[in-house]
Design a binder for this molecule. Structure first.
Ligand code: MLT
Length: 261
């Protein structure tokens, strides 16, 4: 991967195609490769950027602790380094939390938003406690326990039954994650502010996508966002859990294509 220093850390990224910029923000605890099917589809007509968040994949943690705001600053630094002023931002789950942080601070750099399998609410106290415990577990035991507990939550029932290749692809992204980066992202997600009030301020074209079998950020969360973001469109992807861009890439890409054109 190519590397660029942004906001004091070295970020690994891919940059393919030409035209209007389309930037993908990956989920937890995966990496840029979760977007491979979207890169091949959309780089024919656009400039498509994927990257690893600090502490994930091939990006270094740098000297700052992870927060959604730090992620937003990293993204802003990456765009500046690539001489991109404005882009369509597509974030899935944690990528969506970071997209909210980016819009909060850099709205003028966002030409359109795609919010996939994410939610605007902050964590409950119980949710935060769970994240702190998981961060401890990852620091002391590595990724194996989190992989075992997360796979059935990330991947939908249909894919779990029918598509072992998807399960092993997701598992291998998780297995190669950096435990310290994962722990920091958990703490950063626990600290994220509520973005519900921000939804009314989102004034760019927005597409909301959700898998109908998503257990982590179910369709009800997507419907709430869709009601609160003026003029937004919502697409539900059948036979998919939390990762529709991997579980049902053709349907996901079709929803994106219709929105982008
Ligand atoms: C993700 O897919 O990014 C995570 O499930 C987000 C979360 O844990 O809230």
């Amino acid at each position: 991967m190519k590397k660029l220093t942004a906001n004091g850390t070295e970020l690994a990224y891919t940059d393919e195609g030409a035209g209007e910029a389309l930037v993908f923000l990956h989920a937890f605890p995966l990496n840029h490769a979760m977007w491979n099917d979207q890169v091949s589809a959309f780089s024919k007509s656009r400039r498509v950027i994927t990257f690893d968040w600090r502490g994930f994949g091939e990006s270094s943690q740098g000297d700052k602790e992870t927060s959604m705001e730090v992620f937003a600053d990293d993204l802003s630094g990456l765009l500046s380094g690539l001489q991109i002023d404005r882009a369509t931002i597509c974030g899935l789950s944690m990528g969506g939390y970071a997209a909210f942080a980016f819009f909060r601070k850099y709205a003028d750099r966002v030409s359109a938003l795609i919010l996939a399998d994410t939610k605007a609410t902050a964590d409950t106290d119980e949710g935060k406690r769970g994240r702190y415990e998981t961060a401890e577990t990852v620091r002391s035991k590595g990724m194996t326990p989190i992989i075992e507990s997360m796979i059935p939550k990330l991947i939908g029932e249909t894919t779990l039954k029918r598509d072992p290749a998807v399960v092993s692809r997701v598992e291998s992204m998780m297995r190669t994650a950096q435990p310290e980066g994962v722990a920091q992202a958990l703490i950063g997600m626990a600290a994220r502010p509520d973005s519900v009030e921000l939804l009314a301020k989102i004034d760019c074209p927005t597409l909301i996508i959700v898998g109908n079998e998503d257990k982590l950020t179910p369709p009800a969360d997507a419907e709430k966002m869709s009601r609160a973001i003026r003029g937004s469109r919502m697409v539900t992807i059948a036979d998919s859990g939390h990762l529709p861009n991997i579980e049902q890439p053709e349907k996901f890409n079709q929803a994106m294509s219709i929105f982008l054109t």
